[in-house]
Design a protein around this ligand. Sequence first.
Ligand code: PRX
Length: 691
Amino acid sequence: MGTPHVAPGQKPLDRQLETERVVEQLAHHRPEGESDPDPVHPVPARLLDAAQCPTPHITSMNQYQAMYRQSLDDPNTFWGNMARELLDWHRPFSSVASGTLQDGDVSWFGDGELNASYNCLDRHALAHPDRVAIIHEADEVGQSQRYTYKELLQEVCRLANLLISFGLRKGNTVAIYMPMVPQAVIAMLACARIGCIHSVVFAGFSADSLAERILDANSAVVITSDEGRRGGRIIPTKRIVDDALKRCPAVKRCIVYAHTKNADIPMNPTRDVWWHQVVSRQRPHCPPVPVNAEDPLFLLYTSGSTGKPKGVVHSTGGYLLGAAATVKYVFDVHDGDVFGCTADVGWITGHTYLVYGPLLLGVATVMFEGVPTYPDATRYWKLIEDHKVTQFYTAPTAIRALRRLGDHWVTQCDLSSLRVIGSVGEPINPEAWNWYNQVVGQGRCAVVDTYWQTETGSNVVTPLPGATSTKPGSATHPFFGIEVAILDPHSGDELVGPDVTGVLAIKRPWPSMARTIAGDHSRYLATYMNPYPGYYFSGDGATRDKDGYIWVRGRVDDVINVSGHRLSTSEIESALILYPSVAEAAVVGAHDEVTGQCICAFVTIKPEIKVDDPSALERELVVQVRKIIGPFASPKIVFLVEDLPKTRSGKIIRRILRKLVANESDSLGDLSTVAEPAIVQSLISMVNARM
Ligand code: PRX
């Protein structure tokens, strides 16, 4: 597999095909909500009332526009000042930005030095040692636990010292495969303290996926737990790590945090150590290692158009600045706030808005181990009530699922502490937005629909609580320093003015953008920089409406978004093809009321195989994907088909499959390229019978 490598500046060879694909996808993502003539929501009066809320950092559209203008007109002054205000530097930087998108050599604060864990911990622990840093809400009700900044710093130092004793040094990579417990945060910050690069792998990934990521990143040590807990179920975390490590002989050490304290967990005596036995022996003091602003802080794997996941690399200085600036301005965080982000630490939202952003600003971050419906559907709302959460950040999938269960789960809880409620990960439909605003926010909170990506590091298109009038379903306006462009997918020309739809691109470098893909800078260039030279290509389609609001339409490439989890169709196809009787597989996304999109797989079986029980085989194929990638990648529906629609040269025409699962078989378009049109007819009846 693999992406064709393209030299800088050169257009991909199959640009024409790509363009057709983008145009088709854009036509497919129908604008939702705009038919409603301009349902504009002004900033809630309560937020601007000093008697009820702290004065927002930005209180008007004029103020936003003036700052936005300055961030584009004089980025060095704008970001230089902000970097000095929000971060502490061991060595001050003398230059701010350098490099270009076209050359893919962007650098920010290039000669500055700082340490991420110092910025997240020491400076707050010194000033306010007893301030709460982490509130952990366990899977079981009533078992919440708190860490102050001082306690968190000491735990981070202990683990950092252990990592040093294992021989880890600046620039080494450490894999973290943990449930949602504070030790996951401690592990990330301990790596950062000594200049190691963390590679957190979401603990829903299978052993195969974990092994692939450990090998790709060349991780020397793995940090995990005995087991995880989620919604009353036990997840065999260490067993999955053991399976993965069979393929990773270079991993010499595995640190195991005893979370459920299951005594039957097998330990490899030469490799595995129990966290509680070794960490407590370490001194609670470890000097932070200053690193260059451009040294990598972490890598995080994400799915792209091809099967192999990409290790997106984030810098230290620019990334931390993006995290701190957006937590301050997008979530309007003030001292004493309690930030409740429901994302898992294994995804970028967990990195930026559960760990780094809130801790950089010295507020409390809530870490929730469970699921929103266990033991019942009050869980999120009780959590907000119990911990007096001021900012709540979740995904449209959760909002839609909880909305279906009825308002009474929400209205029985006291949500008066909330000021800002955020949405991320997928387009939010206006119905879900309105429910979130009215029932959860009670019409008194700012709703921030934040658009961004693993690669952007922090929010790039988003409302600001005290300034932006919102439209349900629109991420509204660019954040400071983000120059958004909407491009014509055919010509690559910028579509200026209102009422335009095209591909979403960013026209200049910003501090928290990803710097490369681990071990494959040419793939970084080919994916983001070369498709439209001079622009960062997001992979999303977008509309700028008549009032200048941006509406993100969804992906225009082979990435599908299921419950805010980003998956590549070819990654799922590769998993299916590994099943012995499968000949070919084609995967497409279909609309789903709750999860946004769901996965539909079309599979042909090798001619020599006789299938006695097709339903059983379909179920086995779902298990196959769960096993190879992880449960969150399960196809919702598997069609065993005689054949797939192909061109005469044998290329699968996925466009037709996408139309079929979208219930648009009456508008399949030009079928003259299909080698055997009869196949399409049989697929239509099959899909119509089951969807
Ligand atoms: O398609 C966009 C969608 O999520 C993709 C990025 O996924 P990932 O890297 O996993 O990061 C998710 C959390 C930042 C984007 O390319 N997306 C994210 N936020 C929004 C969104 N689509 C519409 N509206 C959003 N607010």
